[in-house]
Design a protein around this ligand. Structure first.
Ligand code: FES
Ligand code: FES
Length: 174
């Protein structure tokens, strides 16, 4: 018999209930049951960072949690952050500064950068390199990623917690 549990979780601004297996990884739940395939799965043991999402305001590796653990939590995935406009400029800068090639690492990179810039208004180059070391990229050599994050920091592209954000044109804030 499959051991299922009901969870209620807010994902990208919408709360819903789900029946999940006790052993279901949060990353697999998001991809296979919620349909949010922007959360990528690489190593599945906490190394690569491709599966990084925001859980209750903290960057979190979703392959290291079970879905049952997010009962009552607020989750933001790359889809939600993109749709709301919170990472819009960061996404543009990754594109402009060649911060991606195959794109496999990009959702995790964007969320790692988002979390870094929310908490460090003026990160040093060393802060940025250390912060971004939480995610691995096999294509870019990291220079474009670091340039994109550095420029995003200069522009104040990411709004820190507690500061009112301006809704993006056409963004879904529900
Ligand atoms: S898939 Fe989660 S850290 Fe690699
Ligand atoms: S762009 Fe290919 S792994 Fe980073």
């Amino acid at each position: 018999m499959i051991d299922r549990h009901e969870i209620s979780v807010n994902i990208n601004g919408r709360t819903a209930s789900y029946q999940v297996e006790a052993r279901r990884l949060l990353s697999d739940f998001l991809r296979d049951e919620v349909g949010l395939t922007g959360t990528h799965v690489g190593c599945e043991h906490g190394i690569c960072g491709a599966c990084t999402i925001m859980v209750d305001g903290r960057a979190t590796r979703s392959c290291l949690m079970f879905a049952v653990q997010v009962n009552g939590a607020h989750i933001e995935t790359v889809e939600g952050l993109s749709k709301s406009g919170k990472i819009a400029r960061l996404q543009e800068l990754f594109s402009e500064m060649h911060g991606l090639q195959c794109g496999f690492c990009t959702p995790g990179m964007l969320i790692v950068a988002y979390d870094l810039l929310r908490h460090r208004r003026s990160p040093s180059p060393a802060d940025i390199r250390e912060g971004m070391s939480a995610a691995l990229c096999r294509c870019t050599g990291y220079d474009g990623i670091v340039k994109a994050v550095t420029q995003a920091a200069r522009e104040g592209a990411i709004v820190p917690p507690g500061v009112a954000e301006q809704p993006a044109p056409g963004g879904d804030r529900s």
